[in-house]
Design a protein around this ligand. Sequence first.
Ligand code: THU
Length: 133
Amino acid sequence: MTTEELCKKAVEMIDMAYAPYSRFRVGAAVECDDGTVYTGCNIENAAFTPTNCAERTAIFKAVSEGHRRFRRIAVAAETEDFTAPCGVCRQVMAEFSPDMDILMVNRAGDVKTLPLRQLFPCTFDSASLNPRQ
Ligand code: THU
């Protein structure tokens, strides 16, 4: 899939967002290592804490279907600035693919790409749980 197609899928998912509390709608599309794409949107909750970001919705859909390696994820929001993934989403991305890229799409359709390694340099991962003593 081209970058434009991946970003378009993320933008289209903005319409699926369930964001009655923040009114901040986000769409995402994650590309797996075999090229399969899963989409997601943010899903809010009256209790706030159960809210799921668009990125995690897309990634959890992919993982639940057997995909654990990702090339890149497009994240689209209706903002002038680029919306970067929250820390929780960065941690989830790093669990599966610390070398993936993040494509941020603003309301004008401009795209800014950054490596997850740059956005999230010090990962707590499976190696952290099993340190060499
Ligand atoms: N949100 C996302 O879905 N992705 C981001 O990258 C940033 C934040 C959502 C969570 C919440 O529903 C709303 O945006 C406001 O924080």
